[in-house]
Ligand binder design. Sequence first.
Ligand code: EPU
Length: 418
Amino acid sequence: MEKFLIHGGRRLEGTIPVSGSKNSALPAMAAALLTDQPVTLDHVPAVRDIRTMGRLLADIGASVERSGNRYTIRAERIASPEAPYELVKTMRASSLVLGPLVARAGRARVSLPGGCAIGARPINLHIQGLEKLGARIRQEHGYIEAEAPNGLKGAEIRFERVTVTGTEDLLMAAVLADGETVLENAAREPEVADLAELLGKMGADIEGAGTGTIRVRGVAPLGGAEHRIIPDRIEAGTFLVAGAIAGGEIDVCGARADHLGALIEKMQEAGAEVAVSAEGSMRVRGGRRLAGVDVATREFPGFATDLQAQWMTLSTQAHGASILTEGIFENRFLHALELGRMGADITITGRQAVVRGPSVLSGAGVIASDLRASASLVLAGLVASGETVIDRVYHIDRGYERIERKLAAVGALIRRVE
Ligand code: EPU
């Protein structure tokens, strides 16, 4: 199993380029199932979850061609409208093929995701929405079987709670449905708006993506399209935090500051120096005295749950107490115990973590438990004294494109070992 070795305490200087968004590229790839024409996606990050989605689409019968960060997917026919347990258990986002498959092929068989390190993460809202669109759903042997032999029918769907992939799944189902669909209490994340932009290029008729109410008028058939995936706001945010806690100065380039408003605001409140340039580059200077700042994770445009772990590492370097409240997932503080092994002072009560800083972190052997938790440990390793060894880095490879190379290029002492 691969590990990262990090020698902390190095200043970071230089420019870090931001990759395309994993969470935008995943639904965009699934959207290619909606047409028999080729869909070409640029700026797709080279991360493990994307390779898993590529494998899933190929199993379903699509041809998937990759040239660097460009993918061309052509689903001329749907050979097997199924997402097997073997793939779903390694990547929950596999359930994103449910909506497109029912819409295009009239049926789908998708394994139910099991438990997850960060919380329960059911897909009941995807299922309820599909039922509203007229699909018949059965659950058997750990699989969801959905059928709509005569096609889906537009409907009004109000999400009980905001769900990102649920909104994306139903948006993809609705674009081929007969008539109008209204999605209420829809997720407003930039990844949803990016998906809607791609679907629009394929010929779909969508209004309001990026707001809480999305209207879709079904059209068929959809055609091919070319689309460039938006930058990964979570990767960019991770590097901004790295810059704020390590000495030196880094430019995080190719990101969208309008996708990072809540983080930048909190960083500035903590006393970090972050400047945004017009071209989407952000400069962050380390070495400033940081003050503890409370953060509560929420749906976009609130503070992203996917940046909570990284904020926890920043809080260990800030003066005073920071209260972190996790508003999205019930069990997303696993990194706190590992940070504690490195010397952080963190108390967890239910969905709240109190971090008292600043702590002098010392390098230790730690275990990555999920994608964003791993990122927080890498950040801790950058400021800890001595050597940090992070085990199970396959978690980080799911969503960060060569993070060790990007950080090494700006001066971090980090390497991957077997
Ligand atoms: N929920 C339900 N029922 C559903 C769907 C969701 O109860 O049918 C609950 C979840 O259990 C959770 C909340 O609603 O408590 C929000 O979950 P959501 O559905 O929004 O999460 P997701 O779509 O499964 C996406 C990202 C996650 C990110 C969350 C929240 C992708 C592929 N994944 O997950 O990203 O944390 O939204 O913003 O887009 C990551 O990249 O590390 C990651 C976990």
